[in-house]
Structures are given as C-alpha cells and as structure tokens.
Write a protein that binds this ligand. Structure first.
Ligand code: HEC
Ligand code: HEC
Length: 208
C-alpha cells in the first residue's frame, strides 16, 4: 500500500496542467455526430449492443485525449482489442482540429438519462479498493482534471469493467507515448480478479 501511494504521488508531479482549447460549434458538431450516434446512441447515452460506451457527461478534455490516442495509434491497435479496433477508423474520420472541437461542443449539450446499473458486486469491498483510485478520479469518481483521471461515476458500468480488464490485458496503456493510459496499468493490476473489478465498479455506481 505504501508503495502504491508513493507511486501515485510520483505520477501526480509528472502530470502537466491541462491546456485550454478553442470553443467548438455545436451546430456543426451535431452534423458530424450523426455517424457516431449509430454506435454510441443519438444522445451519446451509450449502446451496449454495439459495445460503444456513453460519451455524454464525459469531460471534453478526456474525449479529446481518447480520440487523439485512437488517431495516434496509442489505442485500438493491439491485436485482440476487438472494440478499440472498431473505434479507431471512426476517430480517423475527424480530420481538422476544428471538427474535433465541434464534436466535443455538441456532445457537451447532450443530457441523457443516467445509465442502467448492470454489474453486481460487494460495495463495501469496492469502497476499500477505491481508496487508491480517488487520488486521480476524485472521492466520488467525478473526475480530477489536474490528475488526468476522467469521471467514472456517469459511465456505463459494463464499460468500466471492460476498460479495467483491457488495462490488465495490455490492450490499453501499452504505447510508450500514452502517458495517461500507462498510469492506469499498475492501478488496474491492483484489482486481482474479476470479483475485485466488479466490486470497485459496484462502488463507483452506488448512489451516495
Ligand atoms: C462502429 C461503431 C462506432 C462508431 C461509428 C463510433 N464509435 Fe466510438 N467507440 C466504439 C466502441 C466499440 C468503443 C469502445 C472501445 C473500447 O472498448 O476500447 C468506442 C469508444 C469511443 C471513445 C472512448 C471513450 C472512453 O471513455 O474511453 C470515444 C471518445 C469515442 N468512441 C468517440 C466517438 C466519436 C466522436 C465518434 C464519431 C466520430 C465515434 N466514437 C464513432 C464504437 C464506435
Ligand atoms: C495515478 C492516477 C490514477 C489512479 C490512482 C487510478 N487511475 Fe484510473 N485512470 C487514470 C488516468 C490518467 C486515466 C485515463 C487514461 C487514458 O487517458 O487513456 C484513467 C482511466 C480509467 C478508466 C477508463 C475510463 C474510460 O472511460 O475510459 C477506468 C475504468 C479507471 N481509470 C478506473 C480506475 C480504478 C478503478 C482505479 C483504482 C483501482 C483507478 N482508476 C486508479 C489515472 C488513475
């Protein structure tokens, strides 16, 4: 535990402050979003049948970072990463920086109903495991931009589970240049089995 806390602290001081970005045009973004909606849902609410997570409620800086990661090949290029492989060509359709600003501005206007809870776990055990996560994701899993940790509380629980498994399997956070994804790899490794993953996700989604 002491080592983990030390690691979190060491990582904290290497994270650079977020940059400010130009505001996009949500009207233009809406047009560009039409194709995204076929997988992520028209209100960006997520669509489990398409394996596509919720984008609504996700911080703009985090959406941008993921889309840049897919484009750069830091995500979605590992053999075995079926779903990341589906997403990568979609990110590549976003050509100009302004197009990305517009998409992010449009997604910020969408406010779908809360996602349905589908994962069962031991919330009390999950709470203990979450203590280390809070340093980067916030006490309520609301996200901490200064640490680069996205909000988790609004995300679909099945996607949180899959992402944690992907970090463990080396399907995310594998690229040397993927500074933020690499931080998550040792953290996911603290969740030793599927039950531990379900427990922490159950805690993240528990009303509190
Ligand atoms: C063919 C279906 C499909 C389309 C179309 C699509 N996506 Fe995705 N997207 C996915 C899947 C599947 C994932 C999950 C990848 C994974 O599990 O790692 C994903 C993941 C993402 C993520 C990462 C979210 C996170 O929290 O990690 C972002 C951001 C994203 N998509 C944005 C977009 C945008 C913007 C568009 C339109 C330009 C788009 N997607 C179009 C299937 C799609
Ligand atoms: C040292 C900081 C740090 C700690 C501690 C940490 N995380 Fe993360 N986490 C991150 C960062 C940074 C990302 C974004 C990675 C990226 O940009 O690809 C992330 C991403 C995630 C994601 C993917 C979310 C998405 O929408 O794609 C999940 C799930 C997650 N973390 C869960 C956890 C859990 C559970 C714990 C505790 C066991 C934890 N994290 C501890 C920094 C941290």
């Amino acid at each position: 535990m002491t080592n983990l806390r030390g690691m979190v602290f060491a990582l904290a001081i290497t994270v650079s402050p977020a940059l400010a970005f130009a505001a996009g045009d949500p009207v233009e973004g809406k047009k560009a979003y039409a194709i995204c909606g076929t997988c992520h849902g028209q209100n960006a609410e997520g669509n489990r049948a398409m394996n596509a997570p919720r984008l609504a409620g996700q911080e703009g800086w985090y959406l941008r970072r993921q889309l840049d990661a897919f484009k750069a090949g830091h995500r979605g290029t590992k053999p075995g990463d079926t779903f990341g492989t589906q997403m990568r060509p979609m990110a590549n359709t976003i050509a100009a920086p302004a197009a990305l600003d517009n998409l992010i501005a449009y997604i910020a206007t969408l406010k779908p109903a809360a996602s349905v809870v589908s994962i069962k776990g031991d919330v009390a055990a999950g709470q203990k495991a979450f203590a280390v996560c809070a340093a980067c994701h916030g006490q309520k899993a609301e996200g901490l931009e200064q640490m680069g940790g996205p909000g988790l509380a609004a995300q679909d629980d099945w996607y949180l589970v899959r992402s944690l498994q992907n970090f463990k399997k080396g399907l995310r956070g594998y690229a040397p240049q993927d500074t933020f994804g690499r931080q998550m790899v040792p953290m996911a490794a603290t969740l030793t089995d599927d039950a531990a993953i379900n427990n922490v996700v159950a805690f993240i989604k528990a009303k509190r």
